[in-house]
Design a protein around this ligand. Structure first.
Ligand SMILES: N=C(N)NCCC[C@H](NC(=O)CCC(=O)O)C(=O)O
Length: 442
């Protein structure tokens, strides 16, 4: 069956700010309490979506979550009117209010793991919502993510959206950021590679300094839920030493598409063996392994060259969509331009300014969820979320009307921000034909 890869990007929410919530993600820690610009952040994301849509890629939008999350604050014992809940949380624990207000759902590479219908025994596209168990501000995303995915991929004949795995460390799951799918034509059965950071039973190697967010047990469970064939499913461990250097998700050190695997030489445990297994299973496999002499792990973490989108180029080969930080680094940019000039599978580099997201450790690849679709499946996607000229204009003016251009942690206590968010999201559910997906609408 003919199929193609679509990208669904997270739309940045109105409460986008820098709270230093993600230990092990060095950008998050470094930029804690810097003022943010939510309006710019949303517009930078929209520009990337529009550019890809203009190039002919199918591009969708995944809406933000309801933040601040008042029901969560009530669950934690803050009571009274919504305004009192906010004031009490802000007074008692600004960090908790930040967690309940984080716009982190924008990094939809962590929304779910996705398997195309060609790989699943029941012939449906499977999604398992990520539980994001390692970080409180992210673990709270799961139920809303499930609702939103069901409002977009709403036809159960084509799509199966599984709820998140149990919310415990043993099943820590970070979604598509730790998952790759290889193959020639998108519509043929492919090979799926699940990458974990540690064995949940604490056996084997593990990082010493920073947490490994994904467990082997979680990856196993997702593969089962997606009804994948064993012979086409591989599991590999990320090198714990690079987690300790700030590689908190695998998509910070590797990216793949079809037969191409672009990764750093220090990305995996037993990397030669993994590459051998892939070469045996993926006809035409083309690894591009970047040596540490050309790009150090530290430079990879600071420039996010692997947190790029590797897209099938309209003229054949691949296009690499990179953050501006990769161009700003002389050594990294030199390596990348040489890569293109040397005539490998990567034909073109395209750079986007995503600084607002990058300051929280989210590059181009973090902002998108890849979904391989057949034409019939695309027809079954909620059409209102698909990017085109009209939606781009509509969403830009929606952002202009509702978003602030400066936000600090102290602003989260402002009840006016809560009202602005609800008004904006209420309007958005109509623009994107989502139904009443948010708790405040029910
Ligand atoms: N690599 C991928 N796919 N995603 C990047 C996610 C970044 C996110 N940052 C944050 O959640 C920072 C929020 C703060 O500190 O305010 C995280 O660490 O989970």
């Amino acid at each position: 069956m003919k199929a193609f890869e679509a990208n669904f990007d997270g739309l940045v929410g109105l409460t986008h700010h820098y709270a230093g919530l993600s230990f092990g993600n060095e950008a998050s820690t470094r930029n804690q309490l810097q003022p943010s610009n939510p309006r710019l952040a949303a517009k930078q994301g929209l520009l990337k979506m529009k550019a890809l849509a203009d190039m002919g890629y199918v591009q969708g939008v995944i809406p933000p979550h309801e933040r601040p999350n008042i029901p969560l604050l009530r669950q934690l014992g803050y009571s009274g009117t919504d305004e009192q809940v906010l004031a009490r949380a802000a007074q008692h624990s600004p960090q908790l209010l930040s967690a309940a207000s984080s716009a982190s759902a924008m990094w939809v590479a962590n929304a779910a793991t996705v398997s195309p219908s060609a790989d699943s025994a029941d012939g449906r596209v499977h999604f398992t919502v990520a539980n994001l168990n390692n970080k409180f501000h992210r673990a709270i995303e799961a139920p809303e993510t499930a609702d939103l995915l069901r409002a977009i991929f709403r036809d159960p004949q084509h799509f199966s959206v599984h709820d998140a795995l149990p919310q415990v460390g043993l099943f820590g799951d970070e979604g598509a950021a730790n998952h790759n799918r290889f193959g020639a034509d998108y519509g043929d059965a492919g090979v799926q590679l699940f990458i974990y950071g540690r064995d949940g039973q604490q056996q084997g190697a593990a990082p010493a300094r920073y947490p490994a967010r994904q467990t082997r047990e979680a990856s196993d469970a997702v593969a089962r839920l997606h009804q994948l064939e064993n012979s086409r499913t591989l599991f590999a461990q990320q090198n714990p030493a690079v987690i300790d250097q700030g590689v908190f998700h695998n998509d910070v050190i590797a990216v793949s598409n079809q037969q191409v695997f672009f990764c750093h030489e220090e990305a995996f445990v037993d990397q030669p063996q993994l590459l051998q297994q892939l070469a045996e299973r993926v006809p035409g496999f083309q690894p591009i392994v970047v040596p540490r002499e050309k790009v150090s792990v530290n430079d990879a973490v600071n420039t996010y060259l692997f947190n790029s989108q590797l897209l099938r180029h309209p003229d054949g080969g691949m296009l690499l969509v990179l953050p501006e930080e990769s161009r700003q680094h002389e050594g990294v940019w030199h390596y990348l331009t040489e890569l293109v000039e040397n005539g490998g599978p990567i034909r073109e580099l395209k750079v986007f300014d995503l600084r607002e997201s990058m300051y929280n450790g989210g590059g181009p690849a973090c902002l998108r969820l890849r979904v391989v679709l057949t034409e019939a499946e695309r027809q079954a996607v909620n059409p209102a979320v698909l990017m085109n000229d009209r939606l781009f204009t509509t969403l830009n003016s929606w952002v202009d009307r509702h978003y602030r251009d400066r936000l600090t942690q102290a602003d989260l206590a402002d009840p006016q921000l809560l009202r602005e968010g609800r008004t904006a999201l209420d309007e958005l559910t109509q623009l994107l034909d989502l139904g009443s997906v948010y708790a405040f609408q029910r």
